[in-house]
Design a protein around this ligand. Structure first.
Ligand SMILES: [Zn+2]
Length: 475
């Protein structure tokens, strides 16, 4: 059985760990999470309405047919080998065929052929001076290289376990240095006529498309993981639909999604996940469709921007306790609809973001609301956020949609930590889930017909896949 965790690329692992720690599914991990604590900062910057590209190239084994995935609740703790060593370095192959790659002149080429190569492994606590010393080269040589400036800055980011290759001529002078930054990029420094030049050699990745789909039985996250999606793709999918669907409270058993997304291959091996190209989400019987346009934005199949004036939820779904409780099939129980608002049960400290851009008209404390923030959006709309443990905005401040304005807390008259969220239109309370909102922007007129053609092809691609899936399931 393949553990999901092991299949995730390094950066995804870090992200996943970071997310785990801060989001309160800490308790799902069997043991010690201390290793991940330094990632807290990155996790605290995860925001609603923001797409995350976690695209540092690392290795990932493509899912194999029939492989069973470990559900989130059974993720093993971060293995101690989550370090750069986990990235397989292909430096020997590179060396084997690259001595003829950068050849400024015939003499230089001759030089390369007769180089004597030395491999130095980066140790913990190492620096370039120590490494050059171990390789037998002077501080002066190092200085010549570092004074090449920004182009060599990658050398300052060396990590334990990585390898630097030094090629010396018969006079023991450094002629070539190779540092494989990751599986795609290699920094090559070459001495020509007593001067060093630097070049970054990047391997070409092949882009393939993959279709995934799932029906939600327990919760969105598990369904997405079972469909073979990586954490970053899951987050991006939720963010694409974050203006239409409240992933914390509105997901129901039987909801369905499908998407087509890019994967990147290097020499036939999948190395990273790319962008989502198109997706459909059926939530409580309603279909939402999104197609990526050439401007990098997502539009509905009719050409309206997926971005709207208000996010459906001011708390990211991954923090909502009901969403990650597999025993609670219907997260509807997570919603307590009383007193004109929606309550999001989440841990103290969970980020609360502005549902829309606007101006803070109140940021204060009273014994009922605890710490609270009110935001006015244009003339008609006001959103209210109550019981915060911390407020990050002052009265009069301008805020952007998705900007963190406070933390969930248990201040005021409450029984436990939660965000009480209210949505008012012309002074009356409305349900943010059902209220009619201003239409989003339409795609540029001169791009519309081209977009619509692509959109209909993409949707056809997804529904064709759907028919195949249904046929397979009914066999
Ligand atoms: Zn409430």
């Amino acid at each position: 059985m393949t553990h999901l965790y092991q299949r995730l690329p390094l950066r995804h692992k870090q992200l996943l760990i970071a997310v785990s720690v801060v989001t309160g599914f800490l308790f799902l991990l069997p043991s010690d999470n201390a290793k991940a604590s330094k990632s807290t900062d990155s996790a605290s910057t995860l925001e609603v309405a923001k797409r995350y590209t976690v695209d540092v190239p690392t290795t990932n084994i493509a899912p194999t047919a029939g492989s069973s995935l470990a559900p989130m609740s059974r993720l093993p703790e971060a293995p101690s080998h989550v370090t750069p060593q986990a990235i397989p370095h292909r430096s020997t192959e590179v060396l084997a065929n690259s001595t003829t790659k950068v050849e400024p002149s015939g003499t230089a080429l001759k030089q390369m052929d007769s180089l004597h190569w030395k491999k130095v492994k980066v140790k913990s606590g190492d620096n370039l001076a120590l490494i050059f010393n171990r390789a037998g080269f002077s501080a002066k040589t190092l200085h010549k290289i570092t004074s090449l400036g920004k182009a060599t800055s990658a050398l300052r980011k060396i990590m334990p376990g990585q390898v630097i290759h030094f090629g010396a001529n018969s006079e023991q002078e450094l002629v070539k240095l190779k540092y494989q930054q990751d599986i795609i990029n290699t920094l090559e420094i070459t001495k020509v006529d007593d001067k060093f030049t630097v070049e970054k050699v990047t391997k070409d990745l092949e882009t393939r498309e993959r279709i995934a789909s799932a029906t939600i039985n327990s919760n969105f996250w598990n369904a997405a993981v079972d469909a073979g999606l990586e954490a970053s793709v899951i987050m991006n999918l939720a963010n694409i639909f974050g203006w239409d669907i409240d992933f914390g409270l509105d997901i129901r058993q039987g909801d369905h999604f499908s998407l087509v997304y890019e994967t990147k291959y290097l020499d036939g091996v999948e190395v990273k996940t790319g962008k989502i190209l198109a997706a459909e989400f059926i939530n409580q019987g309603r279909s939402y469709q999104a197609i990526r346009h050439t401007d990098g934005e997502y539009y509905s199949a009719t050409g309206r921007s997926m971005r709207k004036a208000f996010l459906r939820a001011p708390v990211n779904f991954k923090y909502i306790s009901s969403n990650f409780n597999p025993r609670r099939l219907h997260p509807v129980t997570g919603r307590v609809k009383a007193h004109n608002g929606i309550d999001y049960a989440a841990k103290t400290g969970t980020p609360v973001v502005a549902a829309g851009s606007g101006t803070v008209i109140a940021s204060a404390y009273n014994k009922y609301n605890g710490n609270y923030v009110f935001i006015k959006h244009g003339e008609k709309y006001v959103t209210k956020y109550l019981h915060l443990s911390k407020k990050f905005v002052r009265k009069g401040a301008k805020v952007k949609q998705g900007q963190r304005i406070g933390n969930v807390g248990a201040t005021g008259r409450v029984t436990g930590a939660h965000l009480h969220y209210e949505f008012l239109v012309n002074g009356s309370h409305r349900n943010p889930r059902t209220v009619k909102l201003p239409k989003s922007q339409s795609i540029d007129r001169d791009e519309k017909s081209a977009f619509l053609a692509i959109a209909s092809n993409r949707m056809e691609q997804l529904s064709a896949n759907q028919r195949v899936m249904l046929a397979t399931n009914n066999e």
